[in-house]
Design a protein around this ligand. Structure first.
Ligand code: ADP
Ligand code: CDP
Length: 215
């Protein structure tokens, strides 16, 4: 089908888990655009690019070849043929990704790749600018939120050895950078429906989205 579901929101709001569940339930593909920004960041760190210099990041961002697999049961991400699914979740990448994602040339390149992958649709796409920039015509746009504490609790439950407080501080920093950057900041897109997941289970959120799609 040509359906596109756009799923945006801050870190830990549940975008990945909800998007994969919805894609599975509807037989759609799934694209994690955050993994592409993380993969670009992993490559920049490996190359030793000075991430405090946006011109240096812009000058190099056309070099890495990014390939994102769209099976919701096993999404994959490769840079120049290297499987980076593990390394892109490490703290060094997480701490640097917002600076790389703020560079307009990086966004232009990745948005173009994302639109190639989305093609004629049949996909759930998650990120920060999907409903606003990547797929402004998507018939279903969801903006997931949850309290800062709930989001930090969820993320620290996934990562061993990280306290809720440390997690909450790191997420607040990244959300502030993502929301205040000049290029395509995180915001609620026109036509998006906000879903606060603080008091809901994952299954309940997936059910809510499926009922919105059915409308
Ligand atoms: P994001 O992609 O927005 O960063 P994730 O889906 O990666 O969020 O992380 C959410 C984590 O919180 C997952 O481990 C998920 O199982 C858990 N979780 C708990 N309750 C919920 C809920 N109501 N909605 C979404 N995720 C939830
Ligand atoms: O998993 P989490 O929600 O913590 O982050 P992510 O979705 O993997 O995204 C990592 C980072 O990539 C975000 O903090 C943004 O800086 C950037 N990003 C973006 O700018 N635009 C997108 N469409 C997706 C991610």
């Amino acid at each position: 089908s040509g359906l596109v579901i756009a799923m945006d929101g801050p870190s830990g709001s549940g975008k990945s888990s909800v998007s994969r569940g919805v894609a599975r339930a509807l037989g759609l593909r799934y694209l994690d655009t955050g993994a592409m920004y993380r993969a670009m960041t992993w490559w920049m760190l490996r190359e030793g690019v000075d991430l405090t210099d946006p011109a240096a990041v812009a000058a190099r961002c056309g070099e890495p070849e990014l390939v994102a697999g769209t099976d919701p049961d096993g999404p994959t991400i490769h840079v120049d043929g290297i499987d980076v699914a593990g390394p892109i979740r490490e703290a060094d990448v997480t701490g640097a990704v917002s600076a790389v994602a703020a560079v307009p040339e990086v966004r232009a390149r990745l948005v173009a790749r994302q639109r190639e992958i989305i093609g004629a649709g049949g996909i759930v796409v998650e990120g920060r600018d999907i409903g606003s920039v990547v797929c402004p015509d998507a018939p279903v746009k969801i903006y997931l939120t949850a309290s800062a504490e709930a989001r930090a609790r969820r993320r620290s439950a996934e990562l061993t050895g990280s306290s809720v407080d440390d997690q909450q501080a790191a997420m607040a920093r990244r959300d502030a950078l993502d929301s205040t950057r000049k290029a395509d900041p995180l915001l609620m897109a026109d036509g998006a429906i906000e879903l606060d997941t603080t008091a809901l289970s994952l299954e309940e959120v997936i059910g809510e989205v499926l009922s919105l799609v059915a409308k």
